[in-house]
Design a protein around this ligand. Structure first.
Ligand SMILES: N[C@@H](CCC(=O)N[C@@H](CS)C(=O)NCC(=O)O)C(=O)O
Length: 296
């Protein structure tokens, strides 16, 4: 369903639009933020306006579309290059399922970008279908916003749970995105406490084979689509990294053993899990996407 525009905010010469739409995939209203750079907006009277490529940013646990729009600083470099950014939500909200709000790492704010197969989650917790299907289809088809966007040039990035989402959706859907990057991703969720909890709930405790289809370290072993075009940053001062929630080394090892080229993992000395880390390296991640989107 078409978007309702809740707010329009000037940012780095472009505009951030706070949007909402009724999703048939989740059965709920979904909030999403869209940043249009100045290059798109200044051509709004051209017929058609200049179409710019799109970077989809998937957020981490507890987040809404606001966190990264406000303090990730992606808009800074995106405005210079002419790149739109889409900030979706991290789960459906308002389904009022039992236990949905009991924990910060499961349920609301923690959809893990999978389509749940287990009750009571499978009706609405369908974030993989939402992010890869309904959301881009709605956006590119939207009379107001779709005309600025080039649906053939899309890349994906994300943080933590969203880094897991970016990597797995990229690996599961070859050709859908031109490149991928991730900040502090949950890189091997089948082997860490966050992933075990989420996959047990959404996919079933016993269905470990099913878990592998949503695990970047497992998926990379079957990658057959050439150079990976993947950039990953992890801070060595990140407590979640130290606790073994992220496991980027497992992803690196799996890619190496499978002979998959094009994965760059950088360990950034002292940086933590926060947006101080994200904002420091967001220019690099926008540049990475821009390279494959024909902007650099
Ligand atoms: N609520 C958790 C932290 C969750 C967390 O760090 N979430 C990250 C993504 S995994 C985030 O972006 N949080 C929102 C923020 O920092 O603005 C805790 O208390 O330890």
């Amino acid at each position: 369903m078409a978007f309702t525009t809740k707010a329009t905010i000037a940012s780095f010469g472009g505009k951030l639009f706070k949007l909402s739409h009724q999703s048939t995939t989740t059965g709920t209203p979904m909030a999403v933020n869209l940043y249009l750079p100045p290059q798109a907006l200044s051509s709004q009277n051209n017929n058609p306006p200049k179409k710019v490529p799109l970077l989809i940013y998937l957020s981490g646990l507890t987040c809404t579309p606001e966190n990264c729009s406000e303090k990730g600083f992606f808009q800074h470099r995106a405005s210079q290059l002419g790149l739109a950014i889409l900030y979706p939500d991290t789960s459906p909200r308002g389904l009022n399922l039992p236990g949905e709000k009991d924990a910060w790492d499961f349920g609301e704010g923690a959809g893990f970008y999978v389509d749940a197969t287990q009750e009571p989650w499978k009706g609405g917790y369908r974030m993989e279908s939402y992010i890869t299907g309904e959301l881009p289809a709605t956006l590119f088809g939207d009379a107001e916003y779709g005309r600025y966007l080039d649906r053939e040039r899309v890349s994906i990035t994300g943080h933590s749970m969203g880094g897991h989402g970016a990597l797995t959706l990229y690996l599961k859907h070859p050709g859908l995105y031109r490149s991928v990057s991730a900040f502090a991703p949950i890189a091997n969720p089948s082997q860490c406490p966050w992933g075990e909890k989420a996959f047990s709930g959404y996919l079933g405790k016993e269905n470990r084979e099913e878990w592998k289809k949503h695990d970047a370290t497992e998926l990379v072993k079957g990658w057959k689509s050439g150079d990976l075009k993947a950039l990953v940053d992890v801070g060595t001062g990140d407590n979640f990294y130290k606790q073994g929630q992220l496991l980027p080394e497992n992803l690196e090892k799996a890619a190496k053993e499978a002979g998959v080229e094009g994965l760059t993992v950088r360990y950034q000395e002292d940086y933590d899990h926060s947006y101080y880390f994200m904002a420091t390296f967001s220019d690099d991640h926008v540049n990475h996407a821009a390279k494959y989107l024909g902007l650099l």
